[in-house]
Design a protein around this ligand. Structure first.
Ligand SMILES: C[S@@+](CC[C@H](N)C(=O)[O-])C[C@H]1O[C@@H](n2cnc3c(N)ncnc32)[C@H](O)[C@@H]1O
Length: 251
């Protein structure tokens, strides 16, 4: 999900230095996250607690769920959400072993609550059986090109049990012409130039995950889709929600 907190894309006062971010940005997406993993939780790329809490509160009336999947779990932001909602098992999946190592440390096994599993794998070819009642994903869709989305959604559909749901927040895009609009536009343009000139690619675009296209791709993958405002995250001056929760039901 696009986040634009100062002091610049991805940086916080205690986060990685610019040279560290530059080395990361010249790596592949997976290797870049391996390098960033130890500092990731101090960057603005980690999903903020307010978004996680609002998602948890929106899902709680529909639970408990037996089994949950955090797709592209990174250091485990969504694992905390799922632990409070699922009774039997929670799985975090990511393709970066560095991010998974941090997630395992942040979420050690406990005597109570659901069992935790961390799986290294690519979300575009999920190495998982159809065993999930709930799948969530936070802050990762910019890593998938629009052409990859139908395949990604088909994978999630396959690993959900009938009646299962795939849930994720989507922030409203910044108003056209606003400062955040130009920041994201600038980031995506720089990324396109970088990927035209440099291998391996680092896939990360802010402006390619457009809600109408996403809803169309979810429906094409066989989901029935519902949208709700995440009210705790507030509304914009024009009254529209700052963030919506997409719930895609496996029919
Ligand atoms: C911005 S981080 C978000 C992490 C976490 N969900 C959060 O909200 O803090 C994106 C994560 O997606 C993972 N990722 C990107 N592409 C992936 C793919 N094709 N398969 C699995 N994981 C992927 C990266 O390794 C990284 O951990």
């Amino acid at each position: 999900m696009p986040r634009t907190r100062r002091p610049g894309p991805g940086r916080t006062a205690q986060g990685p230095t610019l040279p560290q971010l530059a080395v990361q940005a010249l790596s592949s997406t997976r290797r870049g996250y391996d390098l960033l993993a130890p500092a990731f939780d101090r960057t603005s790329y980690r999903t903020p607690a307010a978004v996680l809490d609002a998602t948890f509160d929106a899902l709680r009336p529909h639970g408990p769920f037996r089994t949950g999947l955090d797709l592209c779990c990174g250091t485990g932001a969504g694992i905390g959400v799922l632990r409070g909602l699922c009774t039997d098992r929670v799985t975090g999946l990511d393709f970066s072993s560095g991010m998974l190592a941090v997630a395992r440390t942040a979420h050690p096994p406990t005597r109570t609550g659901p069992r935790l599993h961390f799986v290294r794998g690519d979300a575009r070819a999920l190495p998982l059986a159809p065993a999930f009642d709930l799948a969530v994903s936070f802050g990762a869709f910019g890593h998938f090109l629009p052409a990859e989305r139908p395949g990604l959604f088909a994978q999630v559909h396959r690993v959900l049990r009938p009646g299962g749901r795939f849930v994720f927040p989507v922030a409203a895009p910044p108003p056209v012409g606003s400062r955040p609009y130009w920041q994201l536009w600038g980031f995506d343009t720089a990324m396109r130039v970088r990927n035209a000139l440099w291998r391996p690619r680092f896939t990360m675009y802010y402006r390619t995950f457009r809600l109408p296209d996403v809803l169309r791709d979810l429906e094409a993958a066989g989901f029935a889709v519902e949208l709700a405002a995440l009210e705790p995250l507030g509304r914009r001056a024009d009254g529209s929600p700052r963030c919506r929760l997409v719930t895609a039901h496996r029919r």
